[in-house]
Design a protein around this ligand. Structure first.
Ligand code: GLN
Length: 447
């Protein structure tokens, strides 16, 4: 299986899904074979997986798509990756991503852009574009990404696969390089609800090394069509405007399928969602400015010499960070600075609270909520790179979920034909906190 995955990685090299191959993969596979021979029952015995390049794995490079960490080799393994290894998985390689997970297109990586397998002129979404393409292009059956504002769900939608953002605290963040700690969550990609359930069962669970990790059950299963009967599904009204015709059609077809299976559909309004993008970026950027302060040329990765410490630090950060990362550090620092804190950061935190409250109110009438995952299918490479606000707007349907800490799943929902090319479209289901399994039940029932 490992050889097949490596051969496939080689053949799909032009897609640039992987930043590096794991030099210890063959050794891991041998170890799994010995454990199986010794009678161990491993849920992922020999299954090749890929993890995003912001997840530490001992002895692999963890670049986070940044020049800053080009030469950084992980001295330890993230809990989620360790759980994969314990379950018998073999880590084939590390997946390409937007620099420090900041982006929606996987174009800002120091390793160059990842291409969408459905149309090489288009982006695969981001920031976990490499992890999504690894699965969509058949390198591995499953992979891990991270989702701070949509980075698992949106690339899953744009490449035609499943992607889950678990409830905040479901999966340990130990060893995941921090972008915005109150929003970050590791999530799996797969080609079926069943595989997604298996992967989540393996990576979820409490971790003494992550204080935000929850004590909660960790066995998940995908459902059957019977599970859909009587399920109350609410379409979020605010997500109905501004979508391409193919996205609207896919959502309507999904609702039709749900009703056909006995679910009850209705509409619900969450007015505060109009402020979700603003609140998200005013929380994510300050957290990022603080988290990225550690890249000072002294401890991790790149070190550019200077006349004194200040100059060395300045040069290191100037050369190590790309444009978007620098922009976010500056905006984040500004929003946190005294005199502006109340106007920006503190106000965004209030909006965050309101959004969470409104979701809870919506869940009084509905078991799950539904929206498109993205208002449009995969866009052209370069189309949004010179317009950061247009890039941020790609997350309009996903960021609120992270602000509220909820679980959400993007499922493949059809195609939109653009210029003669079929592009995948995804639909997002959102569940109450800790109801991750309901999403897998639903997705299994729809298959
Ligand atoms: N595109 C969003 C951002 O740039 C979300 C990224 C993510 O989920 N990591 O912040």
């Amino acid at each position: 299986l490992l050889e097949q995955a490596e051969a496939r990685a080689h053949r799909t090299r032009p897609l640039n899904a992987l930043v590096s191959l794991n030099p210890h993969a063959a050794q891991q596979a041998d170890l799994v074979a010995r454990r199986v021979e010794a009678g161990e029952a491993l849920p992922l015995a020999g299954v090749p997986v890929v993890v995003k390049d912001n997840i530490n794995v001992t002895g692999t490079r963890t670049t986070c798509g940044s020049r800053m960490l080009e030469v950084y080799v992980s001295p330890y393994t993230a809990t989620a990756a360790q759980k994969l290894l314990n379950a018998g998985a073999v880590i084939v390689g590390k997946a390409n991503m937007d620099e420090f997970a900041m982006g929606s297109s996987t174009e800002s990586s120091a390793s160059g852009p990842t291409l969408n397998p459905w149309d090489h002129a288009r982006v695969p979404g981001g920031s976990s574009g490499g992890s999504a393409v690894a699965v969509a292009a058949g390198i591995t059956p499953v992979s891990l990404g991270s989702d701070t504002g949509g980075s698992v769900r949106q690339p899953a939608a744009l490449t035609g696969i499943y992607g889950l953002k678990p409830t905040y605290g479901r999966v340990s963040r130990y060893g995941l390089v921090a972008y915005a700690s109150s929003l970050d969550q590791i999530g799996p990609f797969a080609r079926s609800a069943e595989d997604l359930a298996l992967l989540l069962s393996v990576i979820a669970g409490p971790d003494p090394r992550d204080a935000t990790c929850l004590q909660a059950p960790t066995a998940f299963r995908a459902g059957t069509p019977d599970d859909l009967r009587g399920l109350r599904v609410g379409v979020i009204r605010e997500s109905l405007g501004g979508n391409t015709p193919g996205v609207d059609a896919a959502l309507q077809a999904m609702l039709e399928a749900l009703r056909g299976a006995g679910a009850v559909t209705g509409e619900v309004s969450i007015p505060e969602l109009s402020h979700a993008i603003a609140a998200y970026y005013l929380i994510a950027m300050p957290e990022a400015s603080s988290n990225l302060a550690r890249y000072d040329g002294m401890v991790y990765g790149l070190r550019v010499p200077g006349a004194d410490v200040t100059e060395a630090m300045t040069l290191t950060r100037e050369r190590g960070f790309g444009r978007e990362v620098q922009r976010r550090i500056m905006i984040g620092t500004y929003a946190l600075s005294s005199g502006y804190y109340d106007a920006y950061y503190s106000k965004a935190m209030k909006v965050r609270r309101l959004i969470a409250q409104e979701f809870n109110r919506a869940f009084e009438a509905f078991d799950v909520l539904v929206t498109p995952t993205s208002p449009f299918p995969a866009f052209r490479r370069g189309e949004k790179t010179s317009d950061p606000l247009a890039m941020y707007a790609a997350d309009v349907d996903t960021v609120a979920v992270n602000l509220a800490g909820l679980p959400a799943l993007s499922v493949p929902a059809g195609f939109e034909t653009v210029g003669g090319v079929q592009l995948p479209v995804g639909v997002q289901f959102i569940a109450p906190a800790l109801s991750d399994e309901l999403l897998l039940t639903l997705a299994g029932g729809l298959e």
